[in-house]
Design a protein around this ligand. Structure first.
Ligand SMILES: [Zn+2]
Length: 127
């Protein structure tokens, strides 16, 4: 009984810590996102998922990829970008942030997501 009480206290403390972490964790600002990736874990070339581009950052995304996105592939979609970012922001405590501010990454059991910031040049402090 003593042990059970201790275990319960530890569980409650851990649950509180998780809630605290969630509350204070950084969220992704969708307005800074140039493109997002959603796919199955593994290769991120696009063979296991798709990239979606924010229309306002199309030029940036084209340069970032090296060749142009086209609307006929349905790759240019703010609706899709917003949907993925909202999904990622549901797990703020699990987001991994690149040190240079280039992207935020989320890995769930069966899916990985990545949000690439189009304005990272302005975030990186140049020497
Ligand atoms: Zn691949």
């Amino acid at each position: 009984m003593e042990q059970l009480t201790l275990d319960m206290a530890i569980q409650a403390a851990e649950a509180n810590a998780l809630v605290e972490k969630r509350v204070h964790a950084k969220r992704i600002d969708v307005n800074a996102v140039g493109r997002v990736y959603s796919g199955r874990p593994g290769c991120m070339c696009g063979c296991k998922g798709t990239y979606k581009v924010a229309p306002q950052y199309l030029d940036w995304a084209n340069k970032d990829r090296g060749y142009p996105y086209t609307d006929e592939d349905g790759d240019i979609s703010m609706r899709s970008v917003t949907r993925i970012v909202n999904k990622m922001n549901q797990y703020p405590e699990l987001l991994e942030w690149a040190d240079d501010g280039q992207y935020a990454f989320l890995e769930l059991e069966t899916r990985v997501y990545c949000a690439y910031f189009a304005n990272y040049d302005r975030r990186v402090v140049k020497a």
